[in-house]
Design a protein around this ligand. Structure first.
Ligand SMILES: [Zn+2]
Length: 406
């Protein structure tokens, strides 16, 4: 029996509505505008939203920052890192801090207190606004005042089941492949460097990691775990911890820096050392180690650990292996991509501080250099980087097998 056309149409419409309903349920609250304004006594931050959301505000010191936490929201604001410098505010960025938790980090150039926070409901054309007023205070008053406050709805908010940025998959016994961890630098609330045409280091590193994973796994010899698979912040120490949990034999952190001179281009490889090879390497390590501060993490518990990378004696074997790994990476990468003249350097990179997994950090190029930025946005170039990493890994493990035999 043939179904009448109008019934078919109805069934079709119901199916579409069911799909739309699913999409709707997944839809995140959206933030469509962020403004910083200077008022006589205070600096005001205004967030335009499509609905009221629970929030928590707290201040951090060394350096002074104000952090606003929301449930996961979608940002319809660009650029993701505003060069806001108004009143007390010297910088502002936002993004995903952890699953189900979006974050705004406000850098302040002097100690400040949370003076007021409130929500202005939607009115006519004007969208709902969340307002936060900050007023300057003395250092003593900063530490004496309450440093955290939240909306009444914050404690009652629906929490998403927490899924880690990169879950560890236990390896089956039959899986004889060696495990390599690729670490796309930065992510979420920490955008990393910003390129000449506005590309973000956090995006570039993730696309390169994905391309390299594909090439390495296609060989059949390696299983590749990424420290993050989306645009989310991951603590530096959690990154090398992922290598440890997954029993990795190699950890490669991927980055793409930006510097004042636009003329300088080319990649370079770094390994861990408590003495830096040169001033630039030391500065770079300091910059990369700031990731947790940029993301508004409270480091009071392990601040000294990050600011000064101490290397214990047990790490020496791993460091020697890392050294060989870096040499092989230089040898293979230089066949396909331009490297700096001093292509292997060393300094105190916190992310390389795995006690037992040979580790290296690859600066893929400078996003401040037009050619480098253009290359890194090209899928062919990213694939070539993946192939060079594959050749270096093959050489590295061949040497390791040989040494174990003798
Ligand atoms: Zn970086």
């Amino acid at each position: 029996m043939r179904m009448p056309n109008f019934i078919r149409f109805l069934l079709f419409a119901v199916a579409i509505l069911a799909v739309l309903d699913d999409v709707w349920a997944e839809r995140l609250p959206a933030i469509s505008g962020v403004r910083v304004g200077l008022h006589p006594e205070q600096t005001r931050l205004v967030f335009e939203m499509d609905q009221a959301v629970p929030y928590k505000i707290f201040t951090l010191s060394d350096p002074f920052r104000v952090v606003i936490d929301f449930p996961e929201v979608s940002w319809r604001v660009s650029p993701a890192r505003m060069r806001a410098s108004v009143g007390l505010v010297s910088g502002l960025r936002f993004g995903l801090f952890q699953p189900g938790n979006s974050r705004v980090v406000v850098d302040i150039n002097t100690p400040a207190a949370i003076a007021k926070h409130f929500v202005i409901p939607r009115k006519g054309e004007k969208s709902l606004r969340f307002v936060l007023d900050l007023k300057p205070v003395s250092r003593a008053a900063f530490f004496a005042a309450p440093r955290s406050t939240e909306s009444r709805s914050w404690a009652k908010r629906k929490r998403k089941p927490s899924t880690p940025a990169a879950p560890a998959r236990p390896r089956s016994r039959e899986d004889k492949r060696r495990v390599i961890v690729l670490d796309p630098g930065h992510g979420g609330v920490d955008p990393g460097a910003v390129g000449v045409t506005g590309s973000y280091e956090k995006k570039i590193t993730l696309t390169v990691a994905r391309a390299a994973k594909q090439v390495l796994e296609a060989s059949g010899r390696y299983r590749v775990v990424l420290t993050r698979t989306r645009d989310i912040y991951v603590r530096l120490r959690d990154r090398f911890e992922i290598a440890h949990v997954n029993k990795a034999e190699m950890f490669l952190s991927l980055h793409a820096d930006s510097i004042a001179s636009r003329k300088i281009g080319g990649g370079s490889i770094y390994t861990l050392s408590d003495k830096a090879s040169d001033k630039e390497a030391e500065d770079l390590a300091q910059k990369e180690n700031k990731s947790d501060i940029i993301a508004g993490a409270d480091l009071s518990a392990y601040a000294s650990e990050v600011s000064r990378v101490l290397i214990d004696l047990a790490q020496n074997d791993t460091n020697r292996e890392s050294w060989h790994l870096a040499k092989m990476l230089v040898g293979e990468l230089k066949k396909d991509i331009k490297l700096l003249r001093t292509s292997h350097r060393y300094a105190g990179f916190a992310v390389l501080k795995s006690p037992n997994v040979p580790s290296a950090l690859i600066e893929l190029g400078y996003l401040s250099n037009r050619t480098d930025e253009k290359n890194l946005k090209n899928p062919k170039y990213r694939k070539a980087i993946g192939k060079a990493i594959l050749r270096a890994a093959d050489r590295y493990f061949a040497r390791k097998t040989l040494n174990n035999r003798s």
